[in-house]
Write a protein that binds this ligand. Structure first.
Ligand SMILES: Cc1cc2nc3c(=O)[nH]c(=O)nc-3n(C[C@H](O)[C@H](O)[C@H](O)COP(=O)(O)OP(=O)(O)OC[C@H]3O[C@@H](n4cnc5c(N)ncnc54)[C@H](O)[C@@H]3O)c2cc1C
Length: 281
């Protein structure tokens, strides 16, 4: 439970942090530390240098920008959960932030850390992907926007380059025609999801005709339940669409559940999520 030795730097600005990332070998940003420090204590991560960005207050905000809401990467889960702008315009995000860990975790952990960590069992990556959100990375050459569908590349892997920092997350405002749901099953109250399902549906002519459904912990990254989405677009019932939710997934077997149980959970939670999302339109 004691990490390997590491150097420690405090970043005074985002540009300073990016400069240090480029200069130092095997450097990692330290945000809330609630994923990185446990991994270091277990020796699953051994960065040679930690760059502490936890004091960069300028990256903690939630603000409306036209049809989107911009969330600073250093915004803590608690502040995301309490944001009135998100509660009004994109309630799936604050609801899900309130499902992360326990109050201690939510007071330290950041939305940027959760996304940059790339854990397929995490809650917020599934939701940002279901919303079709965008992630803004800053590096030596400036900012680039990465669609959420291109951001998660593997287990604990993302599209961020070594010298890039995630600075902002953008999500769309959901109008009254769009309903949402996040269904998470975990063994203990503060745990990561055994399986979770994020659903955003759209009703145009009386019925649900589009759904974005994302599964957490059903593979190496958060995954769209593509067969269910197609079934909804083709006019299938919610029950029939949910029945194919696990197609194309490759869930792990571990201490929390067997792969077979996860396949079952994906179907059950997708049905519940679609029913709840449809009722909210
Ligand atoms: C007891 C416990 C229970 C938890 N339960 C849950 C849960 O139920 N659901 C859930 O989703 N999560 C859970 N978590 C994880 C929690 O959400 C973490 O806060 C989050 O995953 C990481 O955020 P952080 O700010 O702590 O990041 P850190 O741990 O500081 O960093 C994580 C990784 O992201 C990188 N990073 C951080 N910020 C940036 C940035 N802005 N740009 C680029 N790279 C960056 C770091 O270098 C590191 O590699 C739990 C954690 C604990 C300790």
């Amino acid at each position: 439970m004691i990490p390997a030795a590491f150097a420690y730097e405090v970043a005074e600005s985002v540009d300073h942090a990016i400069g240090l990332l480029g200069e130092r070998d095997e450097a990692k940003l330290l945000a809330g530390g609630h994923s990185l420090l446990p991994a270091m204590k277990l020796r699953l991560a051994r960065p040679a240098c930690l760059i502490d960005v936890g004091r960069l207050a300028g990256l903690s905000y939630v603000q409306e920008e036209g049809n989107s809401i911009a969330i600073g990467a250093m915004t803590r889960h608690k502040d995301v959960a309490d944001s009135s702008a998100l509660q009004e315009h994109c309630p799936i995000v604050p609801y899900t932030a309130g499902q992360v860990g326990d109050p201690q975790v939510r007071h330290r952990g950041t939305i940027g850390g959760s996304l940059a960590h790339g854990d397929p069992a995490s809650d917020l990556p599934a939701v940002i992907l279901a919303l079709g959100g965008e992630l803004v990375a800053r590096g030596p050459a400036g900012d680039r926007a990465i669609p959420a569908r291109d951001f998660f590349t593997g287990v604990f892997q993302t599209a961020l380059a070594q010298d890039e920092m995630l600075v902002e997350i953008r999500v769309p405002k959901l109008g009254p025609e769009r309903g949402w749901s996040y269904k998470k099953m975990s063994r203990r109250a503060q745990d990561w999801a055994t399986v979770a399902v994020a659903a955003v549906v759209e009703r145009t002519n009386g019925s649900i005709d589009r759904a974005s459904i994302v599964l957490a912990n059903m593979g190496g990254t958060p995954l769209h339940a593509a067969a269910s989405q197609k079934a909804i677009a083709d006019g299938a019932s919610i029950a029939d669409a949910a029945a194919v939710a696990s197609e194309g997934t490759d869930p792990p077997s571990d201490h929390a559940a067997s792969a077979d149980f996860r396949l079952h959970l994906a179907r059950v939670l997708t049905r519940r999520a679609l029913e709840e999302a449809a009722a909210r339109t």
